[in-house]
Design a protein around this ligand. Sequence first.
Ligand code: ZN
Length: 91
Amino acid sequence: MKSSIILAAVLLVSIISCAKDTPQVKHKSNMSSSKENLKNIQVVNEEDPVCHMKTGEFLKDTAVYKNKTYGFCSAYCKDEFKQNPEKYAKK
Ligand SMILES: [Zn+2]
């Protein structure tokens, strides 16, 4: 009998902690801090391999390919790169 009570308690705690996992306020602060984090990221490419814009100035998104971090000016270029990484990830 005792063990079933403990089991129920553990289950309840895990459900509650799961519900607390995604507060909306946290998500907002993550969005603003991610912009600053991108400036500190070292990318292997000096320019966007898709549109050739300078990643140092226009870095908005990154993708990791073969353990290298590539920088992109936008999510569009990142998607383009991911669809055909062999074509863009030369050097
Ligand atoms: Zn681009």
